[in-house]
Design a binder for this molecule. Structure first.
Ligand code: B4P
Length: 191
């Protein structure tokens, strides 16, 4: 299996690049953001709870997302591999992902970290907010999401660097050029 974590700040292009990875490598895309937004759309109890965190720019509690991911990995163990998009977002989620994959004798092959300057992130998200209707794409919530990213998510870089699987990808540029850098990293796996 090829298991990739696509990592980065809000608006760094994780969802955008994941779509291209699915197309090229046929991996199963697991985006916790999309999963939670679908729950909100369907007005489920989980969705209502998730919305109370997401609309403020906070992270949904670890236990909730970890349980969702655990059950999805179990359901798709015939996949060629997974793209984890927006997960893990905390050290606890990082530890949990390692343990979940280990149960299936699997591991993460690479963590691709999309590096984009903060000003550009804010611009992209404000632009998306004009068309997406997402309740978290407004200036106040974006600032809160970026703070949460630096505080709770960024420490995962050190966690994966220590495991030797962190790959920094320049995330400013055309979508195709960025994907070109990602392909190069993936081609190196196992060499
Ligand atoms: P996510 O859905 O993961 O969203 P994101 O970080 O905002 O966006 P992403 O990086 O995927 O950006 P995209 O490609 O769309 O999370 C939303 C919320 O869900 C979180 O704040 C949290 O509350 C909750 N959540 C999710 N996972 C969780 C977890 N594991 N634990 C707890 N809570 C969790 O790109 C953004 C924009 O930039 C788009 O408009 C795109 O078109 C544009 N863009 C992309 N690439 C570009 C490029 N190269 N140049 C110019 N623009 C580009």
């Amino acid at each position: 299996m090829l298991n990739i974590v696509i990592f980065g700040a809000p608006g760094s292009g994780k969802g955008t690049q994941s779509a291209k990875l699915v197309e090229k490598y046929g991996l199963k895309h697991l985006s916790t953001g999309d999963i939670l937004r679908n729950e909100i759309e369907a007005n489920t109890e989980l969705g209502k709870l998730a919305d109370s965190y997401m609309s403020k720019g906070h992270l949904v509690p670890d236990r909730l997302v970890i349980d969702i991911l655990d059950s999805l990995i179990g359901k798709h163990n015939d996949a060629r591999g997974f793209i984890f998009d927006g997960f893990p977002r905390t050290l606890a989620q990082g530890e949990a992902l390692g343990a979940m994959l280990k149960k299936h004798d699997e591991d993460i092959n690479a963590v691709l970290s999309l590096e984009v300057e903060e000003e550009k992130l804010i611009d992209r998200l404000l632009k998306r907010g004009q068309v997406s209707g997402r309740t978290d794409d407004n200036r106040e919530t974006i600032e809160s999401r970026l703070k949460v990213y630096h505080l709770q998510t960024e420490p995962l870089k050190g966690f994966y660097r220590a495991k030797g699987i962190l790959k920094n990808i320049e995330g400013d540029g055309s979508i195709d050029d960025i994907f070109g850098s990602i392909e190069k990293e993936i081609d190196q796996i196992g060499k």
